[in-house]
Ligand binder design. Structure first.
Ligand code: FES
Length: 104
């Protein structure tokens, strides 16, 4: 099921927003190079919202202890996080961002 999130233009380049779909909090990230990614919003190292972190090229850094995650894969790139965060498929259609979410 594809869920519309917002327009691409609603997110500033190099920033992230937090959205909730059901129980799931998701960070929607727009890079300076204008790529859009979606990751689970909770840092795998603690109860911190990744969307409050720092976007740098294709990574996002948690502000709490500096763990970096790949926006392309959700993989933890630096300690203290070592578990990945879930990544969601993003569809851009006519300037709008949609997420592919499993309906349950
Ligand atoms: S809570 Fe994110 S790096 Fe520690």
């Amino acid at each position: 099921m594809a869920v519309r999130i917002c327009a691409v233009e609603d997110i500033k380049k190099g920033k992230a927003i937090r959205v909730k779909i059901g129980e799931e909090a998701i960070a929607i990230v727009r890079t300076k190079a204008d790529q859009v990614y979606a990751l689970n919003d909770k840092c795998s190292h603690g109860e911190i919202s990744l969307s409050e972190g720092f976007v740098d090229n294709e990574t996002i850094e948690c502000w709490a202890h500096g763990a970096k995650f790949s926006l392309e894969t959700g993989e933890a790139l630096t300690l203290p996080a070592y578990e990945p965060v879930a990544k969601y498929e993003v569809i851009i259609d006519n300037g709008d961002i949609f997420l592919e979410i499993d309906a349950d």
